[in-house]
Design a protein around this ligand. Sequence first.
Ligand code: UDP
Ligand code: MG
Length: 308
Amino acid sequence: MKLSIIVPCYNEEKVVSLFYEEVMKYIGVGKTISDYELIFVNDGSKDQTLSECLKLKDIDSRIVIIEFSRNFGKEAAMLAGLKHAVGDLCVIMDVDLQDPPKLLPEMYNLIVNDKYDSVATYRVDRKGEPPIRSFFARKFYQMINKMSDIDIVDGARDYRMMTRDMVDAIIQMPEYHRFSKGIFSWVGFDTKFLEYENVERVAGETKWSFFKLFKYAIEGLVAFTTFPLRLATFMGLFVSFCGFMYMIFIFLKAIFIGDPVSGFPSLIVIITLMGGIQLIVIGVIGEYLSKTYMESKKRPNFIVKKKY
Ligand code: UDP
Ligand code: MG
């Protein structure tokens, strides 16, 4: 079976050739995986990533390079790779060697011999990551698993091998705001999970700032659950109930005890609290509205400048 290896790259000049060397230890003539294609998706890199990929293409004709017209993000790069892949199996890998290529033969065997549709991976630890980042990542997975019908393993990677059927299902999902970890789970299919210990990237720097990750987390939540919208309704009901009880309380107090004019501080507290809650709710609605707006434009996820 032919394996398509999809590799999103953004400013990765230092690691492209290291990646190629490492992967070639596990694929090629005489190995478990002999028929392959390597698809580098150059996501608008501003460094020498493209020329590094072209150098490799000179020595290996099974390399395909898809060059984007600008940076569209990893989600778009993965989708482009999946759409261009011709293999019977596809695997998505980071170029920084954080997704160990030594798992490839095992993943391949699990699909070919054990008839799984997909083999996914997750990290058992988050060694080398800032603790605050790990904390929020954990919280995010807990939240999305509770609020939506999809299940995402904590520490799940995008490193995953899939059959053609599963890939076809994924590329048929037309959404613009893509959250692949959710999509992989949503489409179903029999998935086997492999675990491994976190590996730090060989060279270069991570492209994910804390703020970018936060934005991505909101995208994931908005894409796979409408629970926050319902939360607004519950919050409204709860606050209205409290307001009503307080009204009765004041009414009775005025009748039985009498009520001199007072209560300026409590008034301010209630006004600011209510204002805050209303703004939060409007913000939540805005998140969904803005996503709906962007989806309705039906813009392509990426634009290919050139394919080599
Ligand atoms: N990447 C990409 N486009 C982007 C950002 C990242 O194609 O806009 C690629 C990057 O080249 C790498 C993978 O996505 O192959 C994962 O990126 P990174 O290592 O920075 O993320 P981390 O492992 O720190 O989560
Ligand atoms: Mg990485």
